[in-house]
Ligand binder design. Sequence first.
Ligand SMILES: Cc1cc2nc3c(=O)[nH]c(=O)nc-3n(C[C@H](O)[C@H](O)[C@H](O)COP(=O)(O)OP(=O)(O)OC[C@H]3O[C@@H](n4cnc5c(N)ncnc54)[C@H](O)[C@@H]3O)c2cc1C
Length: 246
Amino acid sequence: MRAFIEGARALSTWTGMLIDQELLDPDAAKRAEAADLVALLTPIIKALFTDLGFESTNIGLQLYGGHGYIREWGMEQFVRDARIGQIYEGTNHIQALDLVGRKLAEGDGRLVRRFAEVVAAELQASGELPALAMHVQALADAIGALRRATAWLAGQATGNADELGAAANEYLRLFGYVALGHQWLRTARVAQERLASGGAFPAVHYEAKLATAQFYFARVMPQVHALHASITAGAGAILAFPMEAY
Ligand SMILES: Cc1cc2nc3c(=O)[nH]c(=O)nc-3n(C[C@H](O)[C@H](O)[C@H](O)COP(=O)(O)OP(=O)(O)OC[C@H]3O[C@@H](n4cnc5c(N)ncnc54)[C@H](O)[C@@H]3O)c2cc1C
């Protein structure tokens, strides 16, 4: 829950800053770059965060066991309240279709290239800290999976809309995990630097960030490879089910 929630807070705060930049930066090139990133990240944030919000409240319920399920303690209400986020403002599959159908195609992949450049800069900066080597490798591998999945989708785009639709949810999740991984690498780098030079918070604050980043890269990030396999397995397994068997 912590890895998802703190990663999501970092990603949404960064995107909020990009919105400010899109609106207010005196440099037109920077405004355009920020606008591209905001357009790309909007469906990802809407769908990923509401999915993870629901998953997190479910983990919270499970933690209490039977007491989580019954009404007296209030936990089941959080689960029910979080569930609607995946439906209103357009369902999450519609957000995923926006990502694969519109945002990927815009400017011949310009939005994704902008994002990849930002992540590459972070990989470079964090790559200078030996303590973060495993995280840097995990994010670089995940970017590779995202690049291969994007190329596979681009190959389907003109041929078969079913393939785009069938891949959309998993693709959005893969992209979202990479976007959270970018935030966790950035967070870990800053925590390392603050631990070395003395930051505004007690050391345990930065140690908690580093421990959560370690969990994210070891236990969550590898899921992108399963998502890549699922995406490139194609729509056939969904569409093969015979109508008369329903
Ligand atoms: C509590 C609540 C409050 C609401 N408040 C408002 C409000 O204030 N203002 C407002 O305008 N609306 C509101 N809504 C409506 C809300 O916007 C819609 O429920 C939402 O957009 C989803 O539409 P739908 O319910 O018709 O589902 P549908 O569009 O019928 O979707 C059903 C399922 O099919 C999937 N699906 C749909 N199209 C596709 C596709 N092309 N490919 C693959 N899968 C697809 C969806 O992902 C979903 O899982 C509210 C809804 C609720 C439940």
